[in-house]
Design a protein around this ligand. Structure first.
Ligand code: GRF
Length: 194
């Protein structure tokens, strides 16, 4: 049986990918425990999802810290304290500094709604849609100190259809994310890191 993966999930918003991970654990397909959910925004709906699932939560607002280094010191403390072995970013909208990354070497994952290295940045779905490409998709990668740049672990294509709308494409991208991210975690739990 796959080992129990201990993860911390970092969020900033809705947390639908957090929900997909919670659901995969509840369904018994992902052998993991979410040690803590940490949000960079106190009003993130993902915190409610975590509380409903009985997962410990922490809200850290950068406004309470003098600079990014102090913020990441607090974040690293919370992550280490939680007992997590892997850090899973799911819609976390801040860049991690080396303090966090060094505490979890090659064990910080990010999810991006495009086929990296294409369409990096915060508006990847819209950028791909407006560029008129035939195919975009979803990427799971190891995070480093540059946005959307670390080694790629898994990708899944999502076609852009001739009569697509941005909203329809967003829906299919998110549905694809909700499948792919838990699947990558299942592989990691089984010791089969791609
Ligand atoms: C996802 O599209 C993810 O790829 C991006 O942010 C979004 C988070 O959505 N990094 P949610 O908060 O998981 O619903």
């Amino acid at each position: 049986m796959a080992q129990q993966l201990k993860i911390a999930v970092l969020i900033s918003g809705s947390g639908s990918n957090l929900q997909a991970i919670i659901d995969a654990i509840a369904a018994g397909t992902l052998h993991a425990t979410i040690q803590v959910v940490i949000s960079s925004r106190p009003d993130a709906y993902g915190l409610t999802r975590a509380k409903q699932a009985g997962i410990p939560t922490v809200a850290l607002s950068h406004k309470n810290y003098p600079d990014a280094a102090a913020f990441d010191r607090a974040l690293t403390h919370e992550l280490l304290q939680s007992g997590a072995e892997w850090v899973v970013m799911a819609g976390y909208m801040r860049l991690l500094t080396s303090r966090v990354l060094d505490a979890f070497p090659n064990r910080v994952l990010n999810l991006h709604p495009a086929l990296l290295p294409a369409f990096k940045g915060a508006h990847a779905i819209r950028d791909a849609f407006e560029a008129g490409v035939a195919t975009t998709g979803v990427t799971v990668h190891i995070a480093n100190e540059e946005y959307d740049c670390g080694p790629i672990l898994a990708q899944r294509e999502v076609p852009i259809l001739p009569d697509d709308t941005l909203e329809a494409l967003e829906e299919r991208i998110h549905a694809t994310e909700h499948e792919l991210y838990p699947q990558v975690l299942v592989q990691i739990a089984a010791g089969r890191l791609p």
